[in-house]
Design a protein around this ligand. Structure first.
Ligand code: SAH
Length: 269
């Protein structure tokens, strides 16, 4: 899939932005995750979930190989996908399906995206960076699965959820991973989360008719936003993944694959 990024957006600075971080050319991506990021997760003994039937680490590695065959190449993303225990973020009855490439219900009418889509979006968010992501914002915490992945990829994560029940569920799901740099916020993500801005990346897990202006405002220059957005006035037209690179000269938008996400809604509930 072609994805041309403006030259200066490929050299996105981490937060806080410093002029000396802006280099003349984008160096190649190197694996950058430090072992300390995985404290409490990577080195923990993995217990098979009820109904999973197999060692979940092996099943996850199988998923990682499949993602790789599907075209996910970023070693940081593949590494994170191999560590985070997706089966712990869904109901026990669904645990056996956790490593299939399928979206799953997480309660309150919401769904967790399929691993292929999650990995693709994270790869887009990390693309062109030769260092870990800085501070990122996730709109739509849901069950907390993607927030956990972001916790392994970024130095700091703010994730906002408008449904109190899911905010609480994510808190419970994430607690065993002990990721103190992942901050869960209950609120309406339509307004972004100004307290953490500017962000080195913003990723949305719910799709609206347009990207709210607040998200662009809260994006650092050189940073990237990845979000599903409805295409056209006709609701039947569906959503597409949109990548927005913020540069000193303005924003550059790339419309990518067709996707299907839950709607971005206003207010809290
Ligand atoms: N990333 C999540 C996916 C959750 S589905 C995960 O890994 O589980 C998308 C979520 O976006 C839903 O929980 C929905 O309630 C939430 N959402 C929709 N509109 C929102 C808004 N304006 N602010 C915050 N969250 C929102």
């Amino acid at each position: 899939m072609a994805n041309k990024r403006p030259a200066d957006a490929a050299r996105r600075p981490v937060f806080p932005v410093r002029l000396d971080m802006i280099r003349p050319a984008a160096p190649p991506i190197k694996p950058v995750l430090s072992a300390s990021r995985f404290a409490g997760s990577a080195h923990r003994t993995v217990q098979p979930a009820h109904g999973l039937g197999l060692d979940s680490a092996a099943v996850r590695q199988h998923m990682v190989r499949r993602l790789s065959q599907q075209g996910v190449t970023d070693p940081r993303v593949l590494h994170a996908m191999g560590i985070v225990e997706r089966h712990r973020f869904v109901d026990t009855a669904l645990a056996s399906q956790a490593y299939e490439d399928t979206c799953l219900p997480i309660g309150l009418g919401q769904t967790i995206s399929k691993p292929g889509v999650v990995a693709h979006m994270l790869e887009l968010l990390c693309q062109g960076l030769d260092r870990p992501l800085g501070r990122v914002l996730e709109i739509g915490t849901g069950c907390g699965y993607q927030a956990a992945l972001l916790g392994l990829l970024a130095s700091e994560v703010y994730t906002i959820e408008r449904l109190r029940g899911l905010h609480a569920k994510a808190r419970n799901n994430l607690r065993p991973m002990r990721l103190p740099h992942v901050h869960l916020v209950f609120g309406d993500g339509m307004a972004g989360y100004a307290a953490g801005a500017p962000y080195a990346g913003i990723i949305a897990a719910a799709g609206g008719d347009a990207v709210p202006a607040a998200w662009i405002d809260q994006l650092a220059v050189g940073a990237r936003l990845v979000a599903p957005v409805s295409q056209g006035a006709d609701k039947q037209a569906g959503q597409a993944l949109v990548v927005i690179d913020k540069t000193a000269r303005g924003c550059h938008q790339t419309v990518m694959d067709a996707v299907q996400f839950v709607p971005l809604k206003s207010g809290i509930a």
